[in-house]
Ligand binder design. Structure first.
Ligand code: ATP
Ligand code: MG
Length: 630
């Protein structure tokens, strides 16, 4: 675990139009933050009161470190808030879900009433199949409306869902099924990606071998003719749906009953099965969707993640539906049939809030602004980013080319473990490229040294969360030691595992993972800083750096660089880049070696896996590779 270290900070400030703040739910950040600090429990109670409960809580929270309970003895069902509440409050004919397939014209639309009815029917059918409250159901599906129906149906009857991204292979799926003890798997024969079929069912067939808990498999058959099913174990999705009753009351859940298990991205090591509960998670997902995205009922929200990641759980499904917005989902990838497809979808559907990942933004930068320039993006109101640091270069491009110097950018820092956004620049506040922003009202975050003492502005350290929050994870499945380690490593704070630095205004910049830190001649260097400096060179599209052993300096910086289309890899360019980093950060961070590469090892959610590069260089074992993209 590194201590504190100096960071060179350069700041530019983008001031949003005052109307953004005036029209926002949050209003003035400082006022809200102070209100939260004066009465944290009262603050969260106020948010929880905006939602429907079958029974209210006895206490807002019970904090018995490192174990938390939120909204004790309260009763609820999250699907009641995502569906029934809107149906009964006059939003029944409002569009809840728009699905766009890969092919032009392939579209499906579900109103809140229709979604509600399908979820009830499927939930009732699951009960008839013998799925009970507390059973685990694994979903391994493409991004189609049936996926959303199935996961909400699980939540409706209190079954714990474990969604596994449809890009994972059989080994990764098998280990998640086994660890979560799934009784049922819901899948599809195929997904569609880049015009090709991806066989999902075949992977499930392999993954359920040696997974003794699995009793049944529900198969959504999309191809025509669909595959034959093995009747002992497999059932057709629509046969199941039709066997359900028309109504199915939402099961009464205790606030602390588990809602889902979700495995982390595995960027830094073996994925952890994070357990979230019904009450606190609902409040966190609802609060941040409404107040961070500033989501209004008339918004058309498009989060480009997959439900297989926490981003999809909170900001495709539970958050936007609990707010009552319209959610767009699509199987489309950003560069097929051409790199203009995302902008075309925004124009076609009038998307107002767009949420994506830095890896996608950097890809769009590489292919050029002529693609977004072909489309009308006037409908956009708020644009966001999540998953990795959004380097200043990418921020500026996103702000100018996509946001037209008008839309606030939300660079949201959070984790599978946190369940909700934790640090960002709330809409209407001054934005600083490279900085995620300040902790949102409700969150107490800080940058500290290895002993837990806050470090000065401009000094790098470890990012911690000092106080509990409603959507904090409640457990790491089957691994209490790993759960406790999050809270017991530094002074009883929640340790995020990320390095960060604050400025004088309390804005936080994420510097990389503490596991990836590079120490050159006793100086700590966060990977993000050097990568950001490299990407700020016009020839560089994407970069990753790792620390390699060096007999003199302890470690040296090695960089892997993808060039922007049209630039040629030369020795001259290498020395230009080294000089560029020297001028940007200083001699200490200068890469000792640079490799030009075509691609970088990434997780399936698009995060750079530096440990793989490092292991390759050193001829070492790279560890768990189950989440590595092919
Ligand atoms: P694992 O924990 O298995 O190594 P992971 O940490 O990548 O995987 P996630 O929970 O999906 O799994 O990702 C959370 C991490 O993503 C954060 O700890 C942080 O490193 C990074 N991250 C997320 N959002 C941002 C952001 N806006 N800026 C910088 N980093 C971010
Ligand atoms: Mg993590």
């Amino acid at each position: 675990m590194p201590g504190s270290f100096d960071v060179k900070l350069e700041e530019t400030v983008y001031l949003p139009d005052p109307s953004v703040r005036e029209q926002s739910w949050i209003g003035d950040y400082d006022t809200e933050y102070q209100r939260f600090l004066r009465d944290p429990d009262g603050f969260w109670e106020g948010i929880a009161d905006e939602l429907d409960w079958f029974r209210k809580w006895d206490h807002v929270k019970k904090w018995n470190p490192p174990y938390a309970e939120w909204f004790t003895n309260a009763q609820l069902n999250i699907t009641h808030n995502c569906l029934d509440r809107h149906v009964k409050d006059g939003r029944r004919n409002k569009v809840a879900l728009i699905w766009r397939g890969e092919k032009e014209g392939e579209e499906r639309v579900l109103t809140y009433r229709q979604l509600h009815r399908q979820v009830m029917r499927f939930a009732s059918a699951l009960k008839k199949m013998g799925i009970e409250k507390g059973d685990t159901v694994c979903l391994y599906m493409p991004l189609v409306p049936e996926h959303i129906v199935a996961l909400l149906a699980c939540a409706r009857i209190g079954a714990v869902h474990n969604i596994v991204y449809g890009g994972f292979g059989a080994g990764a799926l098998n280990s998640r099924i086994r660890d979560s003890g799934a009784k049922l798997v819901i899948t599809s024969d195929v997904g569609y990606r880049r015009g090709k079929r991806v066989a999902l069912k075949a992977i499930v067939d392999e993954a359920v071998v040696n997974a003794p808990t699995v009793e049944k498999i529900i198969v959504l058959r999309r191809s025509d003719p669909g595959p034959e099913l093995f009747s002992e174990m497999e059932v057709d999705f629509y046969e199941v749906l039709e066997s359900g009753d028309e109504t199915c009351e939402a099961t009464v859940m205790d606030a602390e009953d588990p809602l889902f298990i979700l495995y982390t991205s595995g960027t830094t090591g073996q994925p952890k099965g994070i357990v979230h509960t019904c009450g606190g998670y609902m409040v966190g997902a609802y609060y941040t969707t409404k107040y961070v995205f500033d989501m209004k009922e008339k918004d058309v929200h498009w989060c480009t993640a997959d439900p297989g990641w926490i981003t999809g759980h909170s900001y495709i499904v539970y958050g936007p539906l609990s707010v009552g917005a319209t959610v767009l989902i699509t199987e489309t990838v950003p560069d097929y049939p051409d790199p203009g497809i995302f902008w075309r979808i925004i124009e076609d559907f009038g998307v107002t809030i767009f949420y994506t990942a830095p890896t996608a933004i950097r890809m769009f930068m590489r292919v050029g602004e002529e693609w977004p320039d072909k489309y009308n993006l006037d409908s956009l109101r708020v644009i966001g980013s999540v998953g990795e640091p959004l380097n200043p270069e990418a921020f500026e491009w996103y702000y100018r080319v996509i946001g037209k110097n008008r839309c606030p950018i939300l660079d949201t820092w959070w984790q599978t473990e946190t369940g909700m956004h934790m640090i960002t620049t709330m809409v209407g506040e001054p934005m600083k490229p490279g900085f995620a922003g300040r902790p949102i009202p409700g969150v107490v975050a800080d940058v500290v040294d290895a002993k837990g003492n806050p470090v000065e502005p401009g000094t790098g350290g470890l990012l911690v969360i000092k106080e509990p929050w409603p959507s904090q994870m409640r457990a790491v499945n089957n691994d209490d030691a790993r759960y406790r380690a999050y809270w017991e490593t530094i002074n009883g704070y929640y340790t995020a595992g990320d390095l960060a630095v604050k400025d004088e205004d309390g804005y936080i910049m994420i510097l990389g993972r503490s596991d990836d830190i590079i120490i050159v001649s006793g100086h700590n260097i966060g990977t993000a800083e050097v990568e950001s400096a490299l990407v700020s060179h016009e020839a560089v599209a994407e970069a990753a750096v790792v620390g390699l052993p060096d007999p003199v300096k302890g470690q040296m910086v090695k960089a892997f660089v993808i060039l922007v289309d049209g630039h040629t890899p030369t020795e001259k360019l290498k020395s230009d880049l080294i000089y560029h980093v020297r001028m940007g950060i200083g001699p200490i961070a200068m890469p000792s070696a640079i490799d030009f590469v075509e691609s970088l090892p990434k997780t399936r959610s698009g995060k750079i896996m530096r440990r793989v590069l490092k292991a390759q260089e050193l001829g070492m074992d790279p560890g768990d590779l189950s989440t590595l993209e092919e």
